[in-house]
Design a protein around this ligand. Sequence first.
Ligand code: DQA
Length: 165
Amino acid sequence: MSIKPSITVMNGPNLNLLGTRKPEVYGHTTLSDVQDLVRADAEKLGLELRFLQSNHEGQLIDWIHETGPAFKAGESIGMVYNPGAHTHYSYAIRDAIEAAQVPVIELHISNVHAREEFRHHSVVSPVARGIIVGFGIVGYSLAVRGLYELHEAEVSKNLKPGVRT
Ligand code: DQA
């Protein structure tokens, strides 16, 4: 029996308040709705979903560290991550991603570039594999799909020609 590879979808501070926090910016969908959405996406792609949220930087760093060895072992295809406000200033989060050597898709529900100036800069983007910004909740599905496609492309590149059908 083969074990399904996992995908981690992780959310940083204040995203537990999705649905009630600034609905004019983030919409009315809750984090639990997002979990249902990405669970369906992961199932379709044959992936196990690990869905995480924390308001604590240290906890988020520990989860990033855990994903590194899982990725190296082929048990995880990487991470979709909305770092919330940590995006704009947390060098500790940035360094954790770099150290874990795990592909991370940075995701923002809102178009951060159309908002306050402090949201225009991301310290995470330079270590992210890809970025999804401003698609609302649908962005989570796009990011899951994007990470899956990147992974498939990597796998087929590393296989000997003719092995993959
Ligand atoms: C956010 C954008 C950040 O600037 C903000 O601090 C958040 C959410 C987004 O999803 O649009 O918490 O990452």
